[in-house]
Design a protein around this ligand. Structure first.
Ligand code: ZN
Ligand code: ZN
Length: 405
């Protein structure tokens, strides 16, 4: 097909502006914009140009690009971003016309209306940023800010991508859940037993960590995603547990993480501490959640009857290896009831009295240590209680280390 002949046919189908004509030949030669390309093809084909607003393909929407770009710049005037992207919604009429042209006047060089509109909006937006002394680049995969222009109504919607921070937390006090727990009696509505707070526990790691991030970023909300979680009554010591903080709709993305750490650690002193804070991307959440790191625990254990050092040493030796652990009774309401194969890499300990011991257990991720000790009515095999032949129960548990590769 000869481009000039095709251009003449397109012009005969309805009034078409230079830009919309040129877009049908976008892949033809380089260095030209669609409007210039359309103009030269029109001249070569010898067809007259309609006024732009009369174009039946775009109805003159490109005349509004500068105005939309200015509006977009206003929407993010007080927001930090390094990357952006424009998207458009075509009107049903524009969609139908494009489909019609693709069908009746197929062109191997054509580019979609949307791509042209997005690019023009992006270019106009970049020019405004430069005028204002700001710098940002287009990012098709993960823009910090994204604008969607409805070409029919003219409305612009802004989407701000969340910002992510990696860190590790230490939990120095017992009785603190990782994230907030709704009150068991009222399910969060607020009642007498929770003092109207709607919470089962007065605070959580998330509630102690998040506010400083929200204050620094100006975000509207957020989450703390932990790499697993310790029991509420267990401390998390050592180098801490990896987590990711996700902040929604941040105004500021570049923050002083050392200042945030100082602030969290002062406000949560004696309860929670954060360390190793750094900026991350959205992949972090999945990474941290999938991590099945080995853990080192310290457990204070009480026995139902006196136990000898030899018996304890023998039982701990026999505990090392593979463990078949059925979902503990206490979590069966929220986890599938399955038998999972877990492992204990090392177990050692000493008696602090004939009926009490302090143990250190190094195990693979996902093992429930309380049930490894008690046996959970036989749901965990082997278990310390059965190996010793006496009832055994964890009375205090600390995570000493989360061994991330
Ligand atoms: Zn047009
Ligand atoms: Zn309540």
């Amino acid at each position: 097909m000869d481009p000039i002949e095709l251009a003449a046919q397109l012009a005969s189908a309805g009034p078409i502006c230079d830009r919309c004509l040129g877009r049908r030949f976008a892949g033809l030669g380089s260095g030209l914009g669609n409007a210039e390309r359309g103009r030269s093809l029109r001249a070569a084909a010898g067809v007259p140009a309609p006024p732009e607003a009369k174009c039946w393909v775009c109805a003159g929407v490109f005349a509004r690009v500068a105005e939309w770009a200015r509006e977009a710049a206003e929407l993010v005037a007080d927001r930090e971003f390094a990357t952006f992207l424009f998207g458009v919604h075509l009107s049903p009429r524009q969609e139908a016309v494009e489909e019609f042209l693709d069908e009746k006047f197929p062109s191997p060089w054509s580019e979609p209306f949307k791509r042209d509109a997005n690019r023009e909006l992006g270019k106009a937006f970049e020019r405004i940023l430069v005028e204002r002394g700001r710098l940002a680049t287009v990012d098709f995969a993960r823009p910090d800010v994204q604008f969607t222009v409805d070409l029919e109504s003219g409305a612009i919607a802004l989407t701000v991508a969340p910002v992510f921070f990696y860190g590790r937390y230490r939990k120095l006090a017992r009785g603190i859940p990782q994230t907030h727990w709704p009150c068991r009696s009222c399910r969060g509505r607020g009642c007498a037993s929770c003092g109207g707070t709607g919470k089962q526990y007065p605070t959580s790691v998330e509630e102690l960590v998040l506010p400083a991030f929200l204050a620094a970023t100006g975000g509207t909300g957020g989450h703390l995603h932990g790499a697993g979680r310790e029991d509420i009554d267990a401390r998390m010591l050592g180098r801490g547990r990896p987590f990711v903080v996700e902040v929604k709709e941040p105004k500021v993305r570049t923050v002083d993480l050392e200042a945030i750490a100082r602030e969290v650690n002062a406000a949560a002193a004696g309860r929670v501490e954060v360390l190793d804070l750094r900026r991350g991307s959205s992949d972090l959440v999945a990474q941290v959640k999938e991590e099945h790191a080995d853990k080192r625990y310290r457990a204070r254990v009480a026995f139902g009857e006196p136990v000898s050092e030899e018996a304890l040493a023998r039982a701990l030796g026999a505990l090392v290896g593979e463990i078949d652990q059925r979902t503990p009774v206490r979590v069966r309401h929220r986890r599938a009831d399955l038998v999972r194969r877990r492992s204990v890499h090392d177990a050692r300990g000493r008696l602090v009295s004939p009926t009490e011991a302090e143990l250190e257990i190094l195990c693979g991720g996902g093992l429930y240590v309380k049930e490894l000790v008690s046996g959970d009515d036989g749901a965990t095999q082997p278990n310390l209680s059965a190996l010793l032949g006496v009832p055994a129960k964890v009375v205090e548990l600390d995570v000493l280390d989360v061994l991330v590769a």
